[in-house]
Design a protein around this ligand. Sequence first.
Ligand code: HEM
Length: 513
Amino acid sequence: MLFSVALVSACLAILLLVATVQYVYSRFFSRQSIPDSIPWVSQSNSPLARARITLQSFLHTRDLVLEGYHKYSKKNTPFVLPNITTGPEVILPMSQMEWLLSQPDNVISQNEVNRAFLQADHTMLHPKVIPDHVHDDVIKKELTKLLGDYMGDVQEEIDFAFRREWGVDTKEWKEVGAYESMLNVVARVSNRVLVGFPLCRNEEYLENSKNFARLVVVQAVFISFIPESFKRFFAPLINIFDYKRYLACAKYSIPIIKQRLSTPSPDEKVKNDYIQWSISHSYRNNNPSERTVDIISKRLNVIQFAAIQSSAITLTNLILDLAACPLLPQYLSHMRAEILSELNASDGIWTKGALARMLSLDSCLRESMRLWGFVSRGLLKKVVAKEGVRLPSGEHLVCGTNVGFHAFPVHRDEHVYECSQEFRPLRFVSGQGDQKQGTALVTTSSTFMAFSHGRHACPGRFFASQQMKLILAYIALNYDIERIPVRPDNQWLVGSQGPPLDFKVRVRRRVDI
Ligand code: HEM
C-alpha cells in the first residue's frame, strides 16, 4: 500500500516536472517554429540569448522594438521581437504592409491577437464578446451614424463634469490628478451616450463602470503566465473585483434591458442607447442568442471599458504634453481663435461640420497619440490558416505565429516625422482661413497607427475623436494649465505604455471666454 502511494506520488512529481520544463522551454527558449533565417532582436540566436531577451521584454519592449526597427526594418528585413506574455512576434519591414493588409481574416486574424493580449476569454465576462463582430457592427452601424445627434448631450455632460473635476475658481490654481480627472470626465461623457440619462448621473453606477477592467493589461499579464489548462480555475480569482464591478452595474442595467426586451416592437426607438442598439442589431441579424439579458449586460460593460479607458489614457497623455509645452499659451490661444471663428461661421452652433473644420484640435490630439499611443503594436495579426503563410520575402510562417508592425518606432522615426521626439501640437495643420489644411484625427495610415490601421482599425475612433475634440475645445476655452518643467515619461509593461496614473497638474478657470 505504502509502496503504491509512493509510486503514484513519484509519477505525479515526474509529470509535474516534465510539464514545468516544457512550459519554461516553450515560453523562454523555443523558436516557436519561426524560421532560422529571421533574426531575433539580439546579437546571438542561441536559446540562452532568446531567454534573456524574452525576459527583457517584460519591462524593456520599448528598447527592443527600437533596436529591431533600426537594425532590421530599416534594412527591409523581418525580425523577431520577443513578447513574454503572448509569444514572439515577426515584425515586418514597411515594404510588406500592403501584403499584410490584403490578407483575408481566415488566413491572418487581428482579432486573435487582441483576444490574447487582453486574455479576453477570461477578463471580458463572456467568451463571445471579443471574437465575434457584434461590437464592431453596433459601433459602426448605430453609434457612429448618430454622432451628430449627440453633440448637445456630450457638451452638456462635459460642462457638468469639468465644473466638478477642475472647478470654477478663476483666482486660485487647483491641483487635480491628471488621470483621475480625465477618467471621471470620460466616464460621464461616454455613459451619457451609452446608457443615457438618468443612469449616467448615478454615482454608484459610474464608479463601477469606469473602474471595470481598469487594470486589464496587468491582469492579462498575470493570466498569460498561467498554463492554459489551469486558467479557468485561477483567472476568476484574478478577476474577482471586476466581476463584482460588473454585478454592481448589472444591478442597474438588467432591469432596463428586461423592460426593453418586453416592448412589443423591436424597432421602437424607446431610447437611443447601447441597450437599444444591441436589441435592434439582434433583430436585424435574426440572432435571438444576442437578445438575452446576460449577453447584453456583459457587452455593455465591455464596451464601456473599451470606450472609457482608452480615451481617459489618451487624454491624460495630452494633458501632460500640454502642461510641459513651453509655448502652451500661444497654442491654446491659436486653438481658441480657430474654435471661435468656426463657431461664428456656423451661427454659434456646434455642428459636426464646424467641429470637423477645427483642425488644430485634430492635430494636437494626433500629435500626442503619435508620441504616446498606448499599445506599441500598430497592426499585429496571428496566422490562422492551418497551412501557414509565405511572406513576400519568402519565409514560411506556421499557423499560430504573430506577425505585423509596431507603431511606436515608426511614430518616433526621424525620417518620418521631423524632430520626432518633440510635441508639436500644430504638426498636422498648415495654412489659414480658406487655405487651411490638415489631417483628421480618425485618419489612419502606415505612419499613424495609434488606432491601428486597415479594416480592423478601431471602430470607436469616430466617437472617441468627437468626444476628445470637444473636451480639448472646452479646456482651451475655459482653463489655463500651469507649466510643469518636464513631462514625466510613460511606463512600459510588455507592449503597452501608460502615463503615471498619480501625476498631478494645476489648473484654473479662465475669466475671459
Ligand atoms: C482614444 C481612444 C481609443 C484608442 C486609442 C483606441 C485604440 C484601439 C486600437 C489600437 C484597436 C486595435 C486593437 C488591435 O486589434 O490590435 C482598437 C480596437 C477596438 N476599439 Fe478602440 N480605441 C479608442 C476608443 C474606442 C472607443 C471609444 C470604442 C467604443 C465606443 C472603441 C472600441 C473598440 C473595439 C470594439 C475594438 C475591437 C475592434 C475589432 O475587433 O475589430 N475604441 N481600439
